[in-house]
Ligand binder design. Structure first.
Ligand SMILES: Cc1cc2nc3c(=O)[nH]c(=O)nc-3n(C[C@H](O)[C@H](O)[C@H](O)COP(=O)(O)OP(=O)(O)OC[C@H]3O[C@@H](n4cnc5c(N)ncnc54)[C@H](O)[C@@H]3O)c2cc1C
Length: 383
């Protein structure tokens, strides 16, 4: 009998599930992808949008061009998820499936701190990164502050890359000697889950560029009129231009459907991404995967992509009864842009116990070139 799989979310994880599943399943089986946005955005390139090296159009693609043939695309806001029935409500209309995959990502929540959105520019959304680009072009020097507004956020390398790219931007513009760059981080150090060696390495990269780094500075107040920040440890700081990573939370529909666990995020098996509900899977940023070292698996596209491949493989097996089970291994890598056309490269096993084993290669032109290639692959892959 033909089955229907509902895939919720057309970001990295959802697109990969839909693509792999379509390849693996014969045609009478339906795959329905539900997404509210009209376009897919390659988020790592937001940092290049911020520095004026990309346009919004250049780093996004209309979703229908990326959704594989034979996958039904439903555009709309998912308002309710009923996992026991594998049923969802999309703008008033109900959809039901035999299997459900939840890949709804993380919601950005600048509203959690009054004054934050008005006081600066986030570089985690196209509007925020484009606003920062415009503010930068009018910036002629002064106090440039990069800040993480909460200790946990997707892509743990991004604010460190942002600080280094901004430093390079100021040099290119000839305003570096008139600009003081400071990075206030809510977390105890860069990319902590990857271990002390990687953390030290990234801190060194940042500080070697003359960027002042202040970890364990949790912002508690932003005064947009005075351009002042107040931190939980009592420190206060002024700024002329503020670039920030907003706090994150699980998407509203996940919270309101009672699907968020104690962590605030969804829970799923760390190897198969099955949830407690039969035939319901959750993967990518919407899930919190606890690690033996006490911190969760970082939220990143590289993890969402591989989890999606495993989920699609196992779903196809469940539906067709063919093939052997697959298991997610926790291996991941990332490029860390450092400016001057260079990037560092980290790779490792995040499921290693008692702690992840991750290595960091020093900045080189080839890692930057590899990141550009990855961008092209993501934006052309399904065309
Ligand atoms: C600046 C920046 C740099 C980054 N750099 C890297 C990097 O170098 N490497 C890396 O691996 N990762 C990077 N990431 C992180 C990466 O982009 C995410 O981790 C990845 O997109 C997560 O995939 P996902 O499928 O879980 O969620 P997403 O890709 O966010 O997809 C979730 C989708 O669900 C949709 N959705 C949510 N709620 C609803 C609803 N109610 N109705 C309908 N649709 C809904 C959203 O519109 C979205 O399209 C970066 C992120 C940022 C912001």
């Amino acid at each position: 009998m033909a089955s229907t799989t509902l895939v919720l979310g057309g970001g990295v994880g959802g697109l990969v599930v839909a693509r792999c599943l379509r390849r693996a399943l014969p045609h009478p089986h339906r795959i329905v992808l539900v997404e509210r946005r009209a376009s897919f955005l390659f988020e790592p390139s937001l940092l290049w949008l911020m520095t004026g090296d990309r346009t919004v159009e250049g780093i996004s693609r209309p979703l229908p061009r990326l959704v594989p043939k034979g996958v039904e695309l439903v555009r709309g806001e998912i308002e309710r998820i009923e996992p026991e029935k594998r049923r969802v409500v999309v703008e008033g209309s109900a959809l039901e499936g035999d299997h459900l995959v939840i890949a709804l990502g993380a919601e950005l929540a600048a509203d959690q701190l009054p004054g934050l959105a008005e006081g600066g520019h986030d570089f985690y959304t196209p509007a925020g990164a484009a606003g920062l680009r415009d503010a930068l072009s009018a910036f002629t020097g002064g106090r440039l502050v990069v800040m993480t507004a909460a200790p946990a956020y997707k892509c743990p390398g991004a604010p460190y890359e942002a600080a280094m790219l901004l430093e390079w931007y100021c040099r290119r513009r000839g305003i570096r000697d008139r600009t003081e760059i400071t990075l206030y981080a809510a977390e105890p150090g860069p990319m902590g889950t990857a271990g002390p060696e990687v953390s030290r390495g990234v801190r060194q990269m940042v500080e070697s560029k003359g960027i002042a780094y202040h970890p364990e500075h949790q912002v508690v107040g932003v005064d947009p009129a005075e351009r002042r920040l107040r931190f939980a440890n009592g420190v206060e700081a002024g700024y002329d231009l503020l670039a920030f990573v907003p706090p994150h939370r699980a998407p509203r529909v996940v919270r309101e459907s009672g699907l968020a666990a104690e962590s605030g995020w969804m829970a799923a098996d760390r190897r198969t991404f099955e949830t407690v509900h039969p035939r319901v899977y959750a993967l990518g940023d919407v899930v919190s995967v606890p690690l033996a070292m006490g911190k969760p698996l970082p939220k990143a596209g590289v993890f969402a992509e591989r989890q999606a491949q495993v989920v699609a493989h196992n779903l196809a097996r469940e539906i067709t009864g063919r093939g052997s089970p697959a298991s997610y291994d926790g291996v991941g890598e990332c490029f860390l842009e450092t400016g001057e056309g260079r990037a560092g490269f980290g790779k490792g096993d995040f499921y290693a116990e008692p702690a992840p084993r991750v290595g960091l290669h020093p900045p080189a032109r080839r890692w930057h070139a590899a990141k550009v290639l990855l961008e092209r692959m993501w934006l052309r892959r399904w065309i």
